[in-house]
Write a new protein. Structure first.
Ligand SMILES: Nc1ncnc2c1ncn2[C@@H]1O[C@H](COP(=O)(O)OP(=O)(O)OP(=O)(O)O)[C@@H](O)[C@H]1O
Length: 252
């Protein structure tokens, strides 16, 4: 793996072992994420995508294997208070549902992480203003989330996730609640943030129309990376569909 990788996932295994069941959710998963790279993790239901995100974000502990960030093994991130600290310092989250606070305005929602980290009022104003501009939300700053479209609400959620400049954005089906055109708009916004902020991102999806926006697609099946596609900026869905189809046929 490249020394300059932002994130290295090394030989991760995750077994859920309970009363009368044992599931190998991840089996020897390794990959690296470069600075400023947008990687899509694509796979069918149950292939281990959420388990992977949960481990990278320290919400779940791997059975074995390591997570490295900026070349450093993150060996204590699965216990508190380190877990919370690691997440707050390093990771922004965007989910399928927007999780905005409806009693607060757009700008107040985006400002929350800055308030939590104790920024000055002047800094907060400046940073939120810049983010609103970047996301095309300046005219909506005083609105409540309920007065916005789904796409606008997701843009607010992206702003809130990135306002503290976390090295890594984890997006779990970020367009799952949006129609086709709005999904495209949100994916364009993510690609724009990737380029203008050099933001590294991992985006989980089961949808080839979403994966096509990534620089690289990792194909998950049955807890393993079974294939990879490097797009080099081309938005060509055919190779992604073809790999996905082959993967499904091999497993049938
Ligand atoms: N807490 C848990 N306890 C037991 N088994 C689990 C647990 N979480 C996940 N699993 C199992 O691990 C496997 C991978 O699940 P995971 O949720 O990571 O898949 P996924 O690819 O995210 O699926 P989906 O697209 O449906 O969300 C599945 O077989 C699932 O049933």
């Amino acid at each position: 793996m490249n020394q300059k990788s932002l994130l290295s996932v090394r030989n991760i295994h995750k077994t859920y072992d309970g009363d009368g069941f044992k599931v190998d959710a991840l089996k020897d998963v390794s990959f690296a994420l470069e600075e400023g790279e947008l990687v899509a993790v694509m796979g069918t239901s149950g292939s281990g995508k959420s388990t992977l995100l949960n481990i990278i974000s320290s919400l779940d502990k791997p059975t074995s294997g390591t997570i490295e960030l900026k070349g450093k093994v993150m060996d204590n991130i699965f216990v508190e208070p380190h877990a919370t600290h690691y997440r707050r310092e390093n990771i922004g989250f965007v989910f399928q549902s927007f999780h905005l606070l409806n009693d607060l305005s757009v700008e107040e929602n985006i400002a929350i992480p800055l308030i939590l980290q104790g920024d000055s009022e002047a800094d907060i104003q400046q940073k939120v203003q810049n983010m609103l501009q970047l996301l095309g939300l300046a005219n909506w700053r005083k609105k409540r989330p309920t007065q916005l479209s789904g796409g606008q609400q997701q843009r607010v959620a992206i702003g809130r996730a990135l306002i503290t400049k976390p090295p890594l954005l984890l997006a779990d089906e970020p367009t799952g609640n949006l129609d086709y055109n709005t999904s495209k708009e949100i994916l364009e916004a993510l690609v724009e943030m990737r380029s203008s902020l050099k933001q590294s991102m991992i985006m989980v999806t089961h949808d080839p129309n979403v994966a096509v926006y990534a620089d690289r697609v990792l194909f998950f099946h049955d807890g393993q990376i079974v294939d990879q596609y490097v797009s080099r900026g081309k938005r060509d869905i055919d190779p992604i569909l073809s790999i996905f189809k082959n993967m499904m046929e091999r497993s049938a």
